[in-house]
Write a protein that binds this ligand. Structure first.
Ligand SMILES: Nc1ncnc2c1ncn2[C@@H]1O[C@H](COP(=O)(O)OP(=O)(O)OP(=O)(O)O)[C@@H](O)[C@H]1O
Ligand SMILES: [Mg+2]
Length: 418
């Protein structure tokens, strides 16, 4: 059979008829094409390299399934899809194993990332079993992370708790139910975190920063001239004042519970009924000092704090308790400790970490016992065992400046709590 279709002829490159500069333009185009081919080849090689490393790393951390086939045992790992290199960083897609969850990868994030030659990774679910793994060149926990000069305007806006290992920001909404426990050895970063938290909500019209601080640094003088100051008791000279103040807060909470509107079981923070953040800085120290003076006084303080912890949630009261170690005896008993939904541990001995976060935190114990100041371990609803770097506000002077700048001034709109 014959065909009369003529083969396509290659058209000659007529650069000599292309007008002025045609030869240069042609050379430019050829160079671009060569560069693009080189780039595509480099991309292909890097992709093949990472694919191999990914497979080995997954098998190394046990993120694999062993399948018995006729030729022997074969290892199946989450499938590496396509590599993406761009200004936003390096990432690739992965198809999870049947029955797999993004958590399976997150749990081994640091080890997998290190095997690939990166400092960390974050997992973003895509569709179905597919995920995107975003790689980080720099360890987000290793460098100091400055707290932006931002404040929240309302109790239901999120405050920044820190930056997680995967580079994502970890936030907490004060209005969400849950008291906050912060533990850590001397100089581990408890106060810096609390400076940041309180400074972020100092301006909110529906938040009142109250509490007891025997050190007089977190609360007290720094808050002079603000609406919060009259609700704060400081110093260790007059311990009865601390007990009286906590009783006053409990009485306020009771008034709210008694006045609960029909068909409602919790108070929503408003300007008239603000969210009351009860800060208890170095609470075990307050209890010890009270015990040394008068056993009854210590019991009075403990029972007031227990009431705030157990019933505060409904009345828009939130406790932020700081301690070097959340031992049951030191914080008013195991029941008190169990009331904290948000738990943050800076550098603490391995035992203390497991005590506050449970057995899941045990494997990290030895490493976390030597963590640098500002690195914390967080357990909270939606954040299971997250390591983060708390934001650094810039020293005590910077904290005082922020409170002076943003601290809400006294006004007459709020309910009469007395
Ligand atoms: N998030 C952070 N980023 C960088 N450095 C930090 C951070 N947090 C704390 N530091 C450093 O550690 C020092 C001690 O922190 P901080 O005063 O918060 O400790 P602490 O746990 O409150 O100690 P103490 O039990 O003695 O009160 C700070 O002065 C600062 O230099
Ligand atoms: Mg401190």
């Amino acid at each position: 059979m014959t065909t009369n279709r003529t083969p396509a002829t290659r058209r000659p490159v007529r650069w000599h008829t292309g007008g002025p500069g045609a030869a240069q333009r042609l050379l430019g185009r050829l160079r671009d094409r060569a560069r693009e081919q080189q780039r595509a080849e480099a991309h292909r090689l890097l992709e093949a390299d990472l694919r191999g490393l990914w497979r080995e790393a997954c098998a190394g951390v046990g993120l694999c399934q062993y399948i018995d086939v006729a030729t022997g045992m074969t290892v199946r790992t989450p499938k590496f899809g396509a590599l993406r290199l761009g200004p936003a960083g390096t990432s690739f897609t992965v198809e999870q194993l049947p029955g797999g969850e993004p958590d399976d990868i997150t749990r081994h994030a640091a080890r997998l990332a290190h095997s690939l030659g990166f400092a960390g990774l974050r997992v973003q679910p895509l569709a179905g079993r597919w995920l995107r793994v975003v790689l980080f060149e720099v360890d987000p926990l290793a460098s100091t992370f400055r707290l932006p000069d931002d404040v929240i305007g309302r109790a239901d806006a999120p405050v920044l708790l820190g930056r997680a290992e995967d580079g994502s920001l970890v936030e907490h909404v004060l209005a969400s139910p849950g008291h906050i426990a912060v533990q850590g050895q001397n100089g581990s970063g408890k106060s810096q975190l609390s400076y940041g938290l309180t400074a972020q909500c100092a301006a909110a019209a529906d938040v009142l920063v109250t509490g007891s601080d025997i050190t007089g640094l977190l609360l007290g003088r720094a808050w002079d001239g603000t609406a919060h100051r009259e609700w704060q008791v400081t110093g260790s000279r007059d311990l009865v004042a601390h007990a009286e103040h906590l009783d006053r807060l409990v009485a306020w909470m009771d008034t709210r519970l008694d006045a609960m509107p029909p068909r409602r079981d919790s108070v929503t923070p408003t300007v008239q009924t603000p969210l009351v953040l009860v800060v208890l800085e170095e609470f075990p120290g307050l209890l010890r000092a009270a015990q040394a003076k008068d056993r009854k006084l210590a019991e009075r303080i403990t029972s007031a704090v227990l009431r705030l912890l157990s019933e505060g949630r409904k009345a828009a009261f939130r406790v932020l308790m700081l301690a070097q170690r959340f031992e049951a005896n030191a914080v008013g008993g195991g029941y008190a400790r169990d009331q904290f939904a948000v738990r943050v541990s800076f550098r603490v001995p391995a035992e203390s970490l497991a005590m506050l976060h449970g057995d899941d935190a045990r494997p990290l114990g030895p490493e976390h016992a030597n963590a640098a100041p500002g690195i914390a371990y967080l357990s909270a609803p939606g954040h299971d065992c997250t390591r983060l770097r708390a934001p650094y506000l810039g020293g005590y002077g910077a904290f005082c400046d922020r409170i002076a700048r943003h601290g809400r001034r006294p006004d007459t709109d709020q309910e009469d709590a007395a």
